[in-house]
Design a binder for this molecule. Sequence first.
Ligand code: FAD
Length: 499
Amino acid sequence: MRTSFTGDPSPASDADHAPAYDVVIAGCGPTGAMLAAELRLHDVRVLVVDKETEPKSFVRIVGLHIRSIELMAMRGLLERILPHGRRRPAGGFFAAIDKPAPTGLDSAHAYLLGIPQPVIERLLEEHATELGAQVRRGCAVAGFEQDDEGVTVELSDGLRLRSRYLVGCDGARSTVRKLLGVGFPGEPSRNETLMGEMHVGVPQEEITATMAGIRETPMSFWLRPFGGGVYSVLVPALGTGDRAEPPTLEDFRQALRAIAGTDFGVHSPRWLSRFGDATRLAERYRAGRVLLAGDAAHIHPPIGGQGLNLGVQDAVNLGWKLAAQVRGWAPDTLLDTYQAERRPVAADVLDNTRAQRELMSPEPGAQAVRRLLTELMDFEEVNRYLIEKITAIGVRYDFGEGPGLLGRRLPDIEVKQGRLYDLLRRGRGLLLDRTGRLTAGGWPDRVDHLADPAAALDVPGVLLRPDGHVAWIGDDQRDLDVHLRRWFGEPAGSRGDRS
Ligand SMILES: Cc1cc2nc3c(=O)[nH]c(=O)nc-3n(C[C@H](O)[C@H](O)[C@H](O)COP(=O)(O)OP(=O)(O)OC[C@H]3O[C@@H](n4cnc5c(N)ncnc54)[C@H](O)[C@@H]3O)c2cc1C
């Protein structure tokens, strides 16, 4: 089988057919950087290429939700990230309905962390390079060909590289997805929003007075002091433009005049950007040796702040599976569980943002539904359900019949040896054994064993995958062995290289 997906005419080939890399990642945004780091935990040879010479410069404050914060803790990154962010209560996100988070959320990290996106990207890229990932900036993935042994990747500077796998983490307009011919069905952008930082030419009191008069729906418009005389501006665009091109200051002036009757004398922008509200989901996450993750696989309006979180969580789901494939111990179907598990999660996020967008419409019907939901959120269970959805701690993968905990993530509980997540830093499986009889001894290179963890664990034994999801619960060694094989392949010494 040989499939060709080339964009530009092929530059002179200097690709050696023995792969120089195990995985090439297109895009060093949060998804690509996190995936690179996950792969490096397993000594996979990784190259990340990004078309930009520098990481994103525009300051967009994003919210890291509970599950992503937990993943940062699980990989020893949280200490590094916390000083750069601002903790906020975990409530009030669903359609910006102002309700506090329910009490007793089942997490040691039950807060939202507001952090500038360039900062989280820089920290993740540093983490990946410290672990040994190579990052090559200033050149794009322009084409590729895959065959039974690997992928030949063409870069925009003419270089051709040979790798075993290619992952497109190259954002909403993903070149990899397009060249792969994977459909991206959904709804096109109906509305666009301009976003930027700039100086204003009027006093703050005038801004406050004007804004008080026009604010109709949450998030429709803002002009907030950012520090140093700079204001952060968010305003609905007039019509839809070419989103590949940044907007101009004149676009902002016109949009401000349309909504506020004045352009506040805006001038001297630091950066200008725009985003739309398209909702789309890739038809497939994998075609042979090429995979998609993050915005390359799913896009939705930023309501509820879930996109970056979803991408980082894709990366943690995919990393150990792709590493297992490269290292040769992956069970036959393991890599395909990436799409089976993550695509339904993305579909659910797309749906909840569709619902939130309706709830934020100023139409009388939508506002009536919003009032009703606001009342319903006074019921603890309703509020909890919605918060667990937005923060992704409610995610349950379908591992088949079993107790309620099966397929869910285990929170960062205290164990006799410290905190559970500290034991998952190396990205390996973990057997928590309260019986003193269980063993994962056949998988010493893939699964750690924690005897007598004490802990707030009311089950005899738990097998955790490297992403912290519960793969098995029980006390029977034979049943455990079946599940160890299901997730971690044949025991050491009895396997061949199937990569
Ligand atoms: C206003 C706004 C607010 C948001 N707030 C939140 C929030 O609070 N919480 C949240 O979770 N999410 C939020 N998001 C969404 C979040 O920003 C994205 O989901 C996130 O950036 C996706 O990360 P990614 O790594 O998948 O893609 P990107 O961040 O788009 O990164 C893709 C990378 O690929 C590179 N690239 C592109 N093409 C190529 C190519 N051919 N070859 C090589 N490199 C290439 C790009 O240069 C880029 O560095 C918000 C988005 C917007 C617009």
